[in-house]
Design a protein around this ligand. Structure first.
Ligand code: DGL
Length: 276
């Protein structure tokens, strides 16, 4: 069996890359739903439908453990998948993990008391970060900011506009020392670390999920040795997307490296599922 990684697009390749670096032997299957990207402006029902489809595809590729790298999917679909879909499916022994709580735990472990989070419109609207934070430590404050233009600019070659858009989004968040730590609450934003540091002039620390998820995964596997034993360790990686274009192939190479070979997992409307 293998480790599955799911994202709405290619941003999650950064997490796949950092997991591969820390765990060179583990077999990984990545799925990016490029056909339906961006998830961030869609309804909860649609995000759930896409997420369940992606999870079913990764299960069909023999993944017994899946990381939902996408914050928007973690926000909206994860709990329902864990609590309703998994127990009812024939995959009840499999596990799906998200990224929101591990990210907050990391910020708290660093001792930060004034957090900020930037994320897609949907993630911010659901208030998942403040809600989960309150459960863990209600004494810590969090300022949220929806940054919906970032993913379209990243995905559509709009790099030249990113600094001004980031400045517009971040200025109010960082003024008067309002926050001491900024959570990048979207897979794509890890790509923007340098630009964000330039704008914040290093006045806030960044929490980027590509830097924390590999260690969280290692901890999880250490705590679940039965699951760990079942995962194949041949160092194999497979990358699937639901729509392939030249642009996506180039972006995948830029994010992951030249050695990436992305393949199509096609949505079959008659079967209502992703197939090879
Ligand atoms: N991957 C999504 C996330 O982490 C952002 C991109 C999208 O809107 O689909 O929230």
């Amino acid at each position: 069996m293998k480790l599955g990684i799911f994202d709405s697009g290619l941003g999650g390749l950064l997490i796949a890359k950092s997991i591969r670096k820390k765990m060179p032997d583990i077999d990984i299957v990545y799925f990016g739903d490029t056909l339906n990207l961006p998830y961030g402006n869609r309804s909860s029902q649609t995000i759930y439908t896409y997420s369940q489809r992606a999870i079913e595809f990764l299960f069909s590729q023999n993944c017994n453990l899946i990381i939902t790298a996408c914050n928007t999917a973690s926000t909206t679909a994860l709990r329902q998948l864990q609590q309703c879909y998994l127990p009812k499916s024939s995959y009840a022994d499999r596990r799906i993990l998200g990224v929101i709580v591990p990210t907050l735990e990391t910020a708290i472990a660093h001792g930060y008391k004034r957090l900020g989070v930037i994320a897609t419109h949907h993630t911010i609207e659901t208030k998942i970060y403040p809600i989960e934070l309150k459960k863990i430590d209600p004494t810590i404050s969090i300022v949220q900011k929806s940054t919906p233009l970032l993913v379209p600019l990243i995905e559509n070659g709009g790099a030249q506009w990113l600094p001004s858009v980031l400045e517009y989004y971040l200025t109010s968040m960082i003024k008067n020392d309002a926050i001491e730590c900024l959570i990048l609450g979207c897979t794509h934003y890890s790509i923007l670390k340098k630009e964000i540091k330039d704008i914040t002039k290093h006045s806030v620390s960044l929490i980027s999920q590509d830097e924390i998820i590999p260690d969280k995964l290692i901890n999880y596997l250490n705590k679940h040795p039965g699951l760990n034993e079942k995962i194949d360790k041949n160092g194999k990686s497979d990358f699937y997307v639901s729509d392939v274009t030249e642009n996506y192939c180039e972006s995948a190479e830029q994010i992951y490296g030249d050695n990436i070979d992305i393949k199509l997992a096609k949505f079959d409307t008659a079967l209502n599922k992703l197939t090879l």
